[in-house]
Design a protein around this ligand. Structure first.
Ligand code: V4E
Length: 221
């Protein structure tokens, strides 16, 4: 299992120019994301994000609380505050297990009526349906700094956002990842001191403001 440490940023014309100078564009692709939850939003209210992209499932979950040995110094805590950290689970069996631990309302009869999409009967059993979907055009860059990946996303609802990302193994060196992200942010001339909103923030504000407000009130968004 891996952990994604990531800082989002708004990509100004100047930032783009710098990125094109110091980074290598490794490609552009387009994908459609569908996010799933039950009617009570039991997953997202636990900061768990179940997604299907290009036929593959992924569950992003919060990492365990910062332990004593991992405590951040002042400088690191500032960087950490701008970043998110999520465990990424891509094994479908494990995803189902994790989701089942949270969703108590599992009903074996729910798929009795139709078997048109038998493969995904687990979604019906757990009463999961798509609550958000959008298409993204993504340009990806790498930098000389090892393990740093930069994506520039353009969502089909008109939001542009960049992210500097470092993926580490579970239990890996979070501080080293934060340092790489900080060095990259400095090279790109990023100045913001507040977390930048992701695509989901903007999508939910527009399409499900009540759920957006709920997630904000419990500090998940
Ligand atoms: C974790 C999360 C969501 C799932 C999507 O995560 P995100 O990294 O924003 O999307 P994307 O398309 O870049 O995924 P990738 O291709 O890197 O796998 S939706 C909302 N969250 C929580 C969240 C948060 N609380 N704060 C910020 C800044 N971003 C996401």
């Amino acid at each position: 299992m891996s952990v994604e440490v990531e800082r989002k940023f708004i990509c100004s014309a100047d930032t783009l120019k710098t990125l094109e100078e110091i980074g290598v564009c490794v490609g552009q692709r387009q994908f459609h994301d569908q996010y799933f939850d039950n009617p009570q939003f039991d997953l997202t209210l636990r900061d768990m994000w179940l997604r299907k992209r290009k036929g593959c499932w992924e569950l992003k979950c919060p990492t365990a609380a910062v332990s004593g040995t991992e405590e951040m110094s002042g400088e690191h805590s500032e960087v950490a505050a701008l970043c998110t950290r999520y465990k990424e689970i891509t094994n479908l069996h494990e995803i189902k297990q994790r989701v089942m631990e949270v969703i108590k309302d599992v009903c074996e009869d729910r798929d009795a009526e139709t078997d048109s999409s038998q493969q995904e009967s687990w979604l019906r059993k757990m009463n999961l349906s798509c609550f958000a979907e959008f298409t993204t055009v993504r340009r990806s860059f790498t930098l000389e700094e090892e393990g740093v990946h930069i994506d520039l996303d353009q969502a089909d609802f008109g939001y542009h956002v960049g992210e500097v990302e470092v993926v580490i193994p579970e239990g890996g060196d979070v501080q080293a990842a934060l340092e790489k992200i900080e060095r990259t942010a400095q090279k790109l001339g990023l100045t913001g001191h507040q977390r930048v909103e992701g695509k989901m923030h903007i999508y939910l504000k527009r399409h499900n403001p009540a759920h957006y407000t709920k997630l904000k009130s419990v500090h998940i968004l």
